[in-house]
Ligand binder design. Structure first.
Ligand SMILES: Nc1ncnc2c1ncn2[C@@H]1O[C@H](COP(=O)(O)OP(=O)(O)O)[C@@H](O)[C@H]1O
Ligand SMILES: [Mg+2]
Length: 231
C-alpha cells in the first residue's frame, strides 16, 4: 500500500478537493483506496454520506477516521491488512504531531496551492517544512506542488511570476483548474460516477463535457503520482 497525502498549512488551499478528485481517478482506474480522515471536521465522511445518497460512491473506497495518533495507526494497519492499493490522507491545516506522523509515513506528498503571492508563500513554507522533516528523519518520499484553482482565463503577471517561483520545485504537470465540477464534488460525490450518470442522461450530456474535462485532469494527476511511485 502506498500512502499519498495532501498537506498545506493554509486552510482552503484545495487539499480535500484535490484528494477527492485523485480518489475518483484512482478508483475509476480500478484501484482500491482507503481514505484517512485526519481533519476533525470530517469532510471525507460527509463526502461519503453525500455520495451514498446520490449513488455515486465507489465501493473500492473506504473512509477511515484517523484524527488522532492511535486512530491513524489503526487505520493504517487495517488498510494494509485489507490490501488497499492506496491510502490517501487528508490533513488539516497547520503543523501537529498527527500531521508530522502522516508526513513521515507518506510515500507521496502533494502540496496544493492557489497562485496568489500569499498562497505561494504558504505553499513554499509548507514545502520547506516537509523537506526539513524528511531530512531530519532521513526519509525519502516523493513531493510535488499542485497548482490548484487555476483560473481558465488569461494568466496575470503576478500569477506568472508565482509559477516561475514554484517551477524551481517538483511541480505536477497538470494543474487543477477552477471548475464547478470540482467544487460540486463534496455534494455530488465521486467524480467518475457523477460523470457516468450525466453522460447517459438526456439533457445532461452537454454539461457532462465539462465534467469530462475535470475527470481527465484528475486522471492525469493520478497518472503523474502513480508514475512517480513506480506503480
Ligand atoms: N479546483 C477547484 N475548482 C473549484 N473550486 C474549488 C477547487 N478546489 C477547491 N475548491 C473549493 O475551494 C474551497 C476550499 O477547498 P478545500 O479543498 O476544502 O480546501 P482545504 O481542504 O485545503 O481546506 C471549497 O469550497 C472547494 O469546493
Ligand atoms: Mg480540507
Amino acid at each position: 500500500m502506498r500512502l499519498i497525502t495532501c498537506c498545506s498549512f493554509k486552510g482552503g488551499a484545495g487539499k480535500t478537493t484535490a484528494l477527492m478528485g485523485l480518489c475518483s481517478a484512482l478508483a475509476s482506474g480500478g484501484r482500491t483506496v482507503a481514505l484517512f480522515e485526519a481533519d476533525e471536521n470530517r469532510p471525507l465522511s460527509t463526502w461519503k454520506e453525500n455520495a451514498l445518497r446520490n449513488d455515486t460512491w465507489d465501493e473500492r473506497c473506504e473512509v477511515l477516521v484517523a484524527d488522532e495518533l492511535p486512530a491513524l495507526e489503526d487505520a493504517y494497519e487495517m488498510a494494509e491488512r485489507q490490501g488497499y492499493d492506496y491510502a490517501l490522507a487528508d490533513t488539516h491545516g497547520g503543523s501537529s504531531e498527527l500531521n508530522n506522523t502522516i508526513i513521515a509515513s507518506s510515500d507521496f506528498l502533494l502540496v496544493p496551492t492557489m497562485l496568489t503571492p500569499l498562497d505561494i508563500d504558504e505553499a513554499l513554507a509548507t514545502y520547506r517544512y516537509i523537506i526539513e522533516l524528511l531530512l531530519a528523519e532521513n526519509l525519502h518520499s516523493h513531493t510535488a506542488i499542485l497548482q490548484q484553482r487555476v483560473s481558465m482565463g488569461r494568466i496575470t503577471a503576478s500569477q506568472r511570476s508565482g509559477i516561475e517561483l514554484l517551477s524551481a520545485l517538483p511541480l505536477c504537470d497538470t494543474p487543477m483548474f477552477e471548475r464547478d465540477a470540482f467544487a460540486a464534488m463534496k455534494k455530488r460525490g465521486m467524480l467518475h460516477r457523477t460523470l457516468a450518470g450525466m453522460e447517459t442522461s438526456p439533457g445532461l450530456r452537454l454539461p457532462a463535457r465539462n465534467y469530462r474535462k475535470a475527470m481527465d485532469e484528475m486522471i492525469a494527476l493520478g497518472r503523474y503520482v502513480e508514475t512517480a511511485l513506480g506503480a
